[in-house]
Structure formats: structure tokens, C-alpha cells
Design a protein around this ligand. Structure first.
Ligand SMILES: CC(C)(COP(=O)(O)OP(=O)(O)OC[C@H]1O[C@@H](n2cnc3c(N)ncnc32)[C@H](O)[C@@H]1OP(=O)(O)O)[C@@H](O)C(=O)NCCC(=O)NCCS
Length: 152
């Protein structure tokens, strides 16, 4: 599976990609991004989208907001049937290489406090918890951990 990179402006209108992203959201989150949220992220020139596709199937994606020297991981998800095969690690490798290239020195993200797989992944990649946002998420209501990674 190859990693593809998309940026608004460089990307042709791609209805199939939008539908695949929305399907992946539905399968992966209890409070998935709406079509409007996804469309505005895709139209934002500061947003980088990284995808991993198995043929026609979108197996995983990572969305990064780039505001050098800062960056924020907006979303990361891997289809349930493709998990525990290193796909998120591969998306992270590509994301961190991109951050180095464009001068992003500090990377932030928010994650549900109970999301053990994601928190484990982020800690493995060197993120540390720097804050907690009370009742940040809905469906179900839950705190967010704010995590940060400093470049080496
Ligand atoms: C979190 C998620 C993206 C991980 O994707 P993945 O492709 O299965 O992850 P990988 O196989 O690349 O694993 C990388 C690391 O993540 C951690 N990890 C992944 N799944 C885990 C699990 N079920 N339990 C504990 N740790 C886990 C481990 O540290 C793992 O490293 P290791 O294999 O050396 O132990 C995936 O579970 C997912 O899409 N979850 C639902 C959406 C979500 O919660 N996204 C994060 C929003 S902030």
C-alpha cells in the first residue's frame, strides 16, 4: 500500500475520495466528522491529507494542519479490518518526515482520554500530555488530552 499526499489546490475535485473519507469516519468514530467539516478541511490550503489505499479501499488517513513552526494532527483513523498492521505508524512516519521538510517543530493533537490505542500510539511516537480539556468531546461526553511532540 502506498501513501498518497493531497493538499487543497493541488488536488483535483475528487468526489470518490470525499465519500471514502466519510465512510471511514462513520466506521471509526462515535461522533464522525460531517460532510461539511470534511469539505472545509479539504478546501483549506493549510491542511495536508495523507492516505493509505488498498486498491479502491481507503484503509487509513491522517490529516495535518500546517502552521509552521507548529502543526496539529486533526484526525487519524484506520479501518477496523486493517488495524494492528502498522498502518498508523506508516502514516505517522510520512507525517513526521513532512513536518521536518516544512519546518514544523512542534506538533499538537487532542485525543479522547479513554482512547487507549491512540494514546499508546502517540506516546510510542514521543508525544507527551500537556493539558486536559474538560468535556471536550460529545457522544459520549469526555475529556480530551492535549498532547505535544517536540522535534529532535
Ligand atoms: C488508533 C489507530 C489509528 C491505530 O491504528 P493502527 O493502524 O491499528 O496502529 P498500528 O498498527 O500502526 O500501531 C501503532 C501503535 O499504536 C498502538 N496501538 C495500536 N492499536 C492498539 C491497541 N488496540 N491497543 C494498544 N495499543 C495500540 C501501539 O503502540 C502500536 O505500536 P506497536 O504495534 O509497536 O505496539 C486505530 O486504532 C483507529 O483508527 N482507531 C479509531 C480512530 C481513532 O481513535 N483515531 C485517533 C483519534 S485521536
Amino acid at each position: 500500500m502506498e501513501i498518497c499526499m493531497y493538499r487543497a489546490g493541488e488536488r483535483e475535485e475528487n468526489e470518490a475520495l470525499l465519500e471514502s473519507l466519510l465512510l471511514l469516519e462513520e466506521r471509526c468514530f462515535s461522533d464522525p466528522w460531517s460532510r461539511g467539516m470534511m469539505q472545509s478541511a479539504l478546501a483549506d490550503p493549510s491542511v495536508l491529507l495523507l492516505t493509505l489505499c488498498d486498491g479502491e479501499i481507503l484503509a487509513g488517513y491522517l490529516m495535518l494542519l500546517t502552521v509552521p513552526p507548529d502543526g496539529e494532527i486533526l484526525n487519524l483513523a484506520v479501518m477496523p479490518e486493517y488495524r494492528r498492521q502498522g498502518l498508523a505508524d506508516r502514516l505517522f512516519d510520512a507525517c513526521l518526515a513532512y513536518c521536518r521538510d516544512v519546518g514544523i517543530e512542534m506538533l499538537f493533537l487532542e485525543v479522547r482520554a479513554s482512547n487507549t490505542p491512540a494514546v499508546s500510539l502517540y506516546e510510542k511516537r514521543g508525544f507527551v500530555t500537556v493539558g486536559r480539556r474538560k468535556n471536550y468531546y460529545r457522544y459520549p461526553k469526555e475529556d480530551a488530552l492535549v498532547m505535544r511532540l517536540l522535534s529532535e
